[in-house]
Ligand binder design. Structure first.
Ligand code: AMP
Ligand code: GLY
Length: 422
């Protein structure tokens, strides 16, 4: 089988690496891919834009590709799955209607309310003055969310009402004219990536990522500075509750709306002190960098899992199998990220890091004049697997020291919330 993976991040490098381990997968094409996928055996980058759906469909026919896996939310929300399905190309990822679960926070919230899913109480606004008047009747902390995709910049957790009002003004100035004001939830965040064929839904192992740039989860939000799996805060009992009170009812409600959702449903949850889970957000795709920590532990061949979803026979697939180990991914970022940073800096030490026993997934890398260089804010995701958290952690931090590029920055505390590390 030949597979196309759409995207150019660490998540897509991980998907390509993992699916190539399946005996039945002979070749992977990444559109457009990155420096890591360019060098992966049996993998080839195709230089097309992710929104060039006709070009992608042509590449499928030209290379006799029988499965497309879509990484990022943007092409999904623009209808890549709809277009490929029209041309009878099997695709893993929801269609445009289903992708609204990530692309429109108010749409997702309405769905949650309709399905009776535990989530923060909220109110929707399209009028700035009404939003401000509402805020004046509330107390902080409080959360302001822009409705559409905003590349991680659309959520403001305000610690004062003045800050929340400023956030509302800013969003309207930047043409985000639909927003949600939401109750602040306290607790620990986890990411549940679940695979679904539109009828059945099964969670992968729980993961936790670290969105803030600074140690101790401080500073600005980023795309994610590291992740680990499984996250022990999600006990098997809690996972069962998440399945029955969040995942299945969400899928059933999507179905009721006429949406045939085949792909990943990613639930971003807040777990409170009593161990109760509430939904912060849904995403319509694999998490990044959660994927870099989850997939290395997957024993069931990835192509079998994905095809069972695409062909709507997930219920017949045996239980998903996992290695009983822990995986940690630490993101090496460009100095200055998530603000301005330099690009085109040469990267060394990957082979030497890998010789210590880690896998280095590329996120923002490129090859220029035969030299691997930085091309994004998050550059690499160094991933270690160990028999427990402590072993995986010491391995990842030993190996990452081998990697060098000017200004390299990574957090030293990925997984700091794990209590029992042995
Ligand atoms: P979202 O894109 O909705 O997941 O929001 C991004 C981040 O903002 C989340 O990962 C949380 O850290 C934070 N956040 C979102 N909603 C809430 C909430 N209701 N209470 C507390 N924090 C939140
Ligand atoms: N790691 C967060 C996300 O993928 O949205």
């Amino acid at each position: 089988m030949k597979v196309i993976i759409v995207g150019n991040g660490g998540r897509e490098h991980t998907l390509a690496w993992k699916i190539l381990q399946s005996d039945s997968v002979e070749k992977v094409f990444c559109i457009p891919g990155n420096g890591g996928t360019a060098n992966l055996p049996n993998c080839q980058n195709i230089n097309l834009k992710m929104n060039d759906f006709d070009g992608i469909a042509q590449a499928c026919h030209h290379h006799q590709v029988s499965l497309v896996i879509v990484g990022p939310e943007l092409p999904l929300s623009q209808g890549i799955a709809d277009r490929l399905k029209e041309k009878n190309i099997p695709v893993f990822g929801p269609d445009k209607k289903g992708a609204q679960i990530e692309a429109s926070k108010s749409w997702a919230k309405q769905l949650m309310v309709e399905a009776g899913i535990p989530t923060a109480a909220s109110a929707g606004f399209t009028d700035k003055n009404a939003a401000i008047a509402y805020l004046k009747s509330k107390s902080a902390p409080i959360v302001v969310k822009a409705d559409g995709l905003a590349a991680g910049k659309g959520v403001i957790v305000a610690t004062t009402i003045e800050e929340a009002i400023k956030a509302v003004e800013n969003l309207f100035e930047n043409n985000y004219c639909q927003l949600l004001i939401e109750e602040f939830l306290e607790g620990e965040e986890v990411s549940i990536l679940a695979v679904t064929d539109g009828i059945t839904i099964r969670p992968l192992i729980p993961a936790q990522d670290h969105k803030r740039i600074g140690e101790g989860d401080t500073g600005k939000n980023t795309g994610g500075m590291g992740a680990y799996a499984p996250a022990p805060i999600v006990t098997p009992e809690l996972m069962k509750t998440i399945e029955t009170t969040i995942l299945q009812p969400t899928l059933d409600t999507l179905k009721k709306r006429g949406i045939d959702y085949r792909g990943i449903l990613y639930a971003g949850l807040m777990i409170d002190k009593q161990g109760k889970a509430k939904v912060l957000e849904f995403n319509c795709r694999f998490g990044d960098p959660e994927t870099q920590a989850v997939l290395p532990l997957l024993k069931t061949p990835l192509d079998e899992l994905i095809l069972a979803c695409v062909e709507q026979r997930l219920a017949q697939l045996p239980t998903i199998k996992w290695h009983s180990q822990t995986a940690i991914c630490v993101v090496a970022a460009s100095g200055g990220y998530p603000d301005v940073y330099a690009k085109g800096l040469s990267i060394t030490g990957i082979e030497s890091a890998e010789s210590i026993g880690v896998t280095v997934f590329h996120a923002g890398t490129d090859i220029q004049n035969n030299q691997l260089v930085t091309s994004g804010g998050r550059v690499l995701g160094v991933t270690a697997v160990g028999e427990n958290f402590a072993k995986a952690s010491s391995l990842v931090y030993e190996a990452i020291q081998e990697i060098k590029f000017e200004g390299i920055y990574y957090r030293q505390d990925i997984g700091h919330k794990v209590k029992n590390k042995a």
